[in-house]
Ligand binder design. Sequence first.
Ligand code: ADP
Ligand code: MG
Length: 543
Amino acid sequence: MSSTTFDFSRWPPTLTDTQIESLTLHGTTYALFNGLTYLPPGTTQPPSPSSAIHAPISLLPSPVPRSLFVAVQQLQSAYNVLYSRIAMDDDFLDKVMGAVEGAGKVDDFTGTLWRGWKDIRDEGIMQVSAPAFLEPLHLGLFRSDYLLHTGEEDGKLSFKQVEFNTISSSFGALSERAASMHRYLQALTNYYGVSSHLKPENFPANDSTKGLAEGLAEAHNAYGVSSAYILFVVQQNERNVFDQRWLEYELLQRHGIRAIRQTFEELATSATIDSSTRALRITIPSTLSPSGSDSSIEISAVYLRAGYTPSDYPTPTHFATRFTLERSRAVKCPTIPLQLAGGKKVQEVLSRPGMVERFVGETNARELRRTWMRMWSLDDSNLPIPLTCSATPRSANEPNGTTLARALANSLVLKPQREGGGNNVYKNDIPLFLETLPLQEREAWIAMELIVPPRGVGSYLVRAGTTGNNRSDSNGGGKRNKIVRAETVSELGIYGWSLFSRETGVRERGDVGWLMRTKGVESNEGGLAAGFSVLDSVVLVDE
Ligand code: ADP
Ligand code: MG
């Protein structure tokens, strides 16, 4: 991927206070009116919501070199196929993520999910009870996340992958609306002529809602019962509900498919599996039932927007409920093996010599590898970088992977087998962390070289004030919007879907849409909940 002469350090163009005020007024009003929204903090559900706040947003889109943007979008199909094939390779997942041989040995959460899946495989029900439907389909609604990276030697920019999400890939609908908000601000104000880059032809199309809902609709149609519902499994106090609701509305309006939302708590008593057909049925209360009385509905596809983090499973019953869903013949988005395929450990193992080549052809393997930073395991001795003389082991039995991580700490991030933000260990914190990490737990952690995004690039970030007092403080505690100009890093996510099984093969789409998230450089993590991170969009710039 090639370089660009665009000067990132001169972005964003300077706006006057009046221009900032006006863009904030129009941007936040557009966001509130067009469902670029969250539930306010502290909202409990039920009862039904009575207010919303606009999502944190940027006033201007962030620059991305055109050729690099096109290249990562084109690469998505190869990623869809890669992760679909991994999810169908039981032996590989047993070795890498399993509780006997893999990361599940030392990571309880991974181990519990893997054991549940193994039990289901051992029961053999997938094969015997429903001959017309030998193996339930897997659905992946994927998002591959990237940061722009500055080449060490030539200073050239390329996109490097942060991670590949196979479960609860969120923000599709909100990212589409963030892009349309910027298009609206451009049309309304021409951004006061402050930059020649800010014109409609440089704002790429983003139809994420349509694309992701299409994946769900394909799953529903493949299941073959048109009156069935799609089940959204959601977290109890989810604030990002509108992002999910947009998908429900799209499913109903464009595809005539109804969706029902339930938490694991509700499903513990409402979900049952028909013993002969393995159809998943749930009971829904009269208020949600078309017949007006309590009724039982069949589920065509299970879409998990919960279940990716240990706190979603506070009791063994929660895991049991997950396994009930897994046992059914409904299409799962994702199945447990597809969730396991998205583990950071898998990402690291794929980067080892010859590994990704097992799953995709040579040309695709080469293109995929070009998007990876170097990674290794803390317990490994086969390292992608030679141990340098400055790397001295702490003890005789210290694995080389750990010694190297200590020596190169300043250019590394360590990651455990977790999703959802807030779990990584960066740079200076690494040596002390390694002192306290028990030897046997190292297998569950990977070391990854830090991506080096362009420096000096900035953004105008706007966050809604939320609490009752009419004051704007550094925590965003006032009712007034908080607006800051900050030096920022932007993470691009590319969405794709894949519907597959060993019998049907892989059917996928890689041109589904994208997400741009931007955060202040001072915060390490990308999650919108932790720190000040906003929904953004892309302005394409030419080399
Ligand atoms: P999670 O599953 O918690 O989202 P990620 O792998 O996406 O985990 O890491 C969280 C955040 O940490 C990313 O959004 C990014 O900001 C930062 N990060 C992760 N890996 C790297 C890396 N190699 N270089 C620079 N920043 C990274
Ligand atoms: Mg992430």
